[in-house]
Design a protein around this ligand. Structure first.
Ligand SMILES: [Zn+2]
Length: 553
């Protein structure tokens, strides 16, 4: 082996560059590979019926004898959500902070993955993984136990920030470790990989503590029960709700099991603290309304007349006159309209509604431009690759790096599957490897592809027409039918005439088949599909899926 190959480092992005979520990056040397994060993504609307999107790990599987470990930066789904799928295929140690290990353990247990090899590492400790040495350092984010990852590689030190911001007044003293970052900068950092989520947003991100002030102002004025709708709420925010409620002589009920589990876990590992008496369970402990704060995970857990309920398994809280309802986080992109309808219903139910806790409209807990500059200036890397963001956010972040004085040639904007090869002096794009989206639907992983999605799209837009005909196989004549069944196309009772005509068209098509002696079922089906499809489009300008079924006797 030459000295040259010994000093090579390859960065292989499997997810999280050019998109938000499903974060997963590999660092590879001649002998070893480590992965940082293994996240999933909530599917976009056009992926109809898909539950989850996970990274394509073909490259990792092809090189699995080299894989030494997976390091997790923190416990958000975008960073750990694909672990169950990965661990069903390869067995590999997972290294992370005690809090994130707890979250991962609970998720893996819920997914039925046993015997995961989870190693908890405290910040400052070093752990050797083949050619690499790994250290975790504290960063502030919305979730306790978030860490940046420092990896010693043959080329030098690599700093991966994970999700972070610089919160100068974090609720529980979980600061981003500026001192260690500066120290690393002084020692020399080869490559920085940094969170680009808020690279478009000027200035500084607000401190998590500001939400505490907002909660206090609301509780000061509330005379009845206070209900917090905490969709996407951070654990730190839950802690602040509990703190403020206690200060106002109220007790808090966390109404969903997962929220309670996470809170208990954070308390166990010393990341959050509150006395047990701060909480109450309305089933066993009745309190007057002005002594209660109830936190629910989403609108599905609230009962108002006129609201549609989707998830009947969740326990619900009936909203009544005198209640104050607070939306703890801004609605996610695309859900604004639904949220507005829910607010309408809450007002109708007689509640006072605070539609937003703060005026901040961007993702919480991610560094904005000035903070990104600070990170670059502290770490002073030789090379910089922006990560965690959609393409434009990566470009913004690259420009920020130029503004603080980095050489443009040393800033590399990449997308999933484009690997970068480093030597101590140079970086070059090393070509494409297999990377992309694997779609999870129910128990199926990767079995839903473009054809299934195209069908789902057609069904969702124009519905389906099923034509059933019974035919004599020998003679090719119609014995019974055709019968037409439709779903999602027209309301049958008001379209009897149209469907009668459609039947007539099918009969004509079948007669034609008989006269041309077409006896192959596939030919007959395609004839029916074409004739009926054309007729229905002419009459309705809709293109339902036409599904002919021939029963032969
Ligand atoms: Zn996060």
């Amino acid at each position: 082996m030459t000295l040259d190959t010994n000093n090579k480092l390859t960065l292989v992005p499997l997810g999280g560059v050019g998109e938000r979520g499903k974060n997963m990056l590999l660092l590879e040397t001649e002998r070893d590979i480590i992965a940082i994060d293994c996240g999933c993504m909530i599917p976009e609307e056009e992926l109809l019926g898909i539950d989850l999107v996970i990274p394509d790990i073909t490259y990792l599987l092809e090189n699995q004898d080299k894989v030494r470990g997976i390091i997790l930066t923190h416990g958000h789904e975008g960073h750990i959500g694909a672990l169950p799928y990965l661990l069903r295929q390869i067995s590999v140690p997972i290294i992370t902070t005690p809090m994130t290990a707890g979250i991962a353990r609970a998720n893996l247990k819920a997914a039925g993955v046993k015997n995961a090899d989870l190693k908890s590492v405290n910040s400052g400790e070093q752990i050797a993984l083949g050619d690499f040495k790994v250290e975790l350092i504290n960063v502030s984010h919305t979730l306790p136990g978030a860490a940046a990852v420092v990896v010693s590689t043959p080329c030098g030190k690599v700093v991966h920030t994970g999700d972070f911001h610089f919160d100068q007044t974090p609720p529980n003293g979980h600061f981003t470790d500026i001192h260690r970052l500066a120290e690393l900068g002084r020692e020399g950092v080869f490559l920085l990989l940094s969170d680009s989520t808020n690279a478009e947003v000027a200035g500084y991100s607000p401190s998590e503590r500001e939400t505490g002030t907002a909660i206090r102002n609301i509780l000061k004025n509330a005379t009845g029960r206070v209900i917090m709708v905490g969709y996407g709420a951070s654990l730190y925010r839950l802690q602040q709700v509990i703190n403020v409620a206690t200060a106002f002589g109220r007790r808090t009920h966390i109404s969903w099991q997962n929220g309670m589990d996470m809170l208990n876990l954070a308390r166990q590992v010393g990341q959050l603290s509150f006395p047990s008496s701060a909480l109450f369970d309305p089933k066993t402990n009745e309190l007057p309304p002005n002594k209660q704060v109830i936190v629910v995970s989403g609108f599905d857990s609230l009962e108002t007349t006129g609201a549609t309920r989707y998830n009947s398994q969740q326990p619900t809280v009936p909203v009544q006159t005198g209640d104050t309802v607070v939306l703890v986080a801004p609605p996610g992109p695309g859900s604004e309209k639904t949220v507005a309808r829910h607010i309408d219903n809450l007002f109708k139910a007689g509640a006072e509604v605070y539609p937003e806790l703060t005026s901040w409209r961007h993702p919480f807990g991610h560094a904005c431009r000035e903070e990104l500059k600070l990170m670059l200036n502290l770490v002073q890397p030789q090379f910089f690759v922006p990560i965690h963001g959609e393409y434009r956010q990566l470009v913004w972040h690259a420009r920020i790096a130029q503004q603080v004085g980095m050489v443009p040639d040393n800033i590399i904007v990449i997308e999933n599957g484009i690997s970068v090869e480093f030597t101590p002096e140079k970086a070059r794009l090393a070509g494409r490897i297999t990377a992309g989206k694997v779609l999870v639907d129910g128990l199926g992983v990767g079995d839903v592809g473009n054809i299934v999605l195209r069908d789902r799209k057609q069904l969702s837009q124009d519905g389906i027409i099923i034509v059933v005909v019974t035919m004599d196989k020998e003679k090719g004549t119609v014995v019974a039918g055709p019968d037409i069944v439709s779903r999602g196309f027209v309301y049958v009772r008001e379209a009897e005439e149209l469907l009668e005509e459609a039947k007539e068209k099918v009969c004509q098509a079948l007669d034609k088949c008989q006269s041309t002696r077409a006896t192959e079922w596939s030919a007959i089906k395609s004839q029916v599909r074409n004739v009926l499809g054309k007729f229905l489009f002419e009459r309705t300008r809709r293109r339902p899926m036409v599904l002919p079924i021939i029963m032969e006797i």
